[in-house]
Write a protein that binds this ligand. Structure first.
Ligand code: BTN
Length: 320
């Protein structure tokens, strides 16, 4: 028990990018230098890459093992970190019910029951960045679409800043790089039983950062990709992606009712000009996508008539 506390405390101290001497760590944590040395060795054995120049320690830029301490240090946010959990959206719901503050972020290295839209599963092996943010917005349940669209733009901006890749948004919540999905977003609104208003919302994001060790599963191997063609991008890259995302999203979120992200969303629309299929009232339709409305709906043209879609799934014709 005591040992794991020292380990967490040491991680907290050495993930800030500056070398910390063994002596300073020992006195800060009230333990012997030998205890520090042993804890650092345990962390190394656990896969953390710690440089140890001149008797000091720092989590090296080459470190590939993500941890909550580093995510907290880089983002400054209230991070709840899981090596693996069923679903970070579910973790945030539990925290919300306990009264946790807005913008608490649950992050997992892997999920065993990641949830996607339309009741689907979201494949969440190691290599991705899976996180959920607790929001307590003054919005109506129908306005949750604004959260999803702001999150999509924020993730595009984060990817462009960190990975230097151009992103498109496939309405409403998928981020594409060169015709392949790299990120999905699931916003869940939880309603207040009495008022029927929004009690809180959970914004869940799953980003394929590195390639999964065994590859993507057969259901998505032709349609999914990751930002980097490596099995393990440095942990600092994950931290920078989350940090950029949160800063960007917070900026949009303060005026979320007015959809300040709309122009940026429209500019990135993947479906514009594409032939699409969708199902409405149990009937399959074929149409051409022609833009995004002022409310974030998809505008499609079918038999010469413009139709607005506010929910549901749209597929590019001939693309499963
Ligand atoms: C989709 O593409 O259908 C949406 C996928 C959303 C996945 C993320 S991963 C983090 C959070 N936890 C979940 O269970 N789902 C979301």
């Amino acid at each position: 028990m005591r040992k794991s506390l020292i380990i967490n405390d040491i991680l907290k101290e050495i993930c800030k990018g500056k070398i910390v001497s063994g002596g300073l760590l020992a006195s800060k944590l009230g333990v012997s230098r030998t205890a520090v040395w042993k804890a650092v060795n345990a962390l190394r054995a656990d896969g953390y890459f710690i440089s140890g120049l001149g008797g000091g320690y720092v989590l090296a830029p080459e470190n590939r093992r993500l941890c909550g301490e580093q995510l907290s240090a880089v983002t400054g946010e209230n991070i709840v970190f899981f090596e693996e959990t069923v679903s970070t959206n579910e973790e945030i719901k539990s925290l919300a019910e306990l009264g946790e503050k807005e913008f608490t972020v649950a992050v997992a290295r892997a999920q065993s029951g990641g949830k996607g839209r339309q009741g689907r599963k979201f494949y969440s092996p190691e290599g991705g960045l899976y996180f959920s943010v607790l929001l307590r917005p003054a919005l109506s349940p129908a306005d949750c679409l604004k959260i999803t669209t702001a999150a999509a733009v924020s993730m595009c901006e984060a990817i462009e800043a960190v990975a230097k890749k151009d992103c498109k948004i496939k309405w409403v919540n998928d981020i594409f790089i060169k015709d392949k999905k790299v990120c999905g977003i699931l916003t869940e609104g939880v309603l207040d039983g009495e008022s029927g208003g929004l009690k809180y919302a959970v914004l869940g994001v799953g980003l394929n950062v590195s390639l999964p060790k065994g590859g993507f599963n057969s259901a998505i191997e032709d349609t999914a990709d990751s930002l980097f063609q490596t099995n393990a991008a440095p942990s600092l890259v994950y931290c920078a992606l989350l940090d950029n995302f949160i800063k960007c999203f917070k900026n949009y979120y303060k005026d979320i009712k007015d959809m300040p992200h709309l122009e940026s969303y429209k500019k990135r629309s993947y479906l514009d000009g594409k032939k699409v299929t969708y199902v409405k009232d149990g009937k399959a339709h074929t149409a051409t996508a022609c833009g995004i409305s002022e409310k974030g709906e998809l505008i499609v043209k079918e038999k010469g008539k413009e139709i607005l879609l506010s929910s549901g799934e749209v597929r590019v014709s001939g693309y499963e």
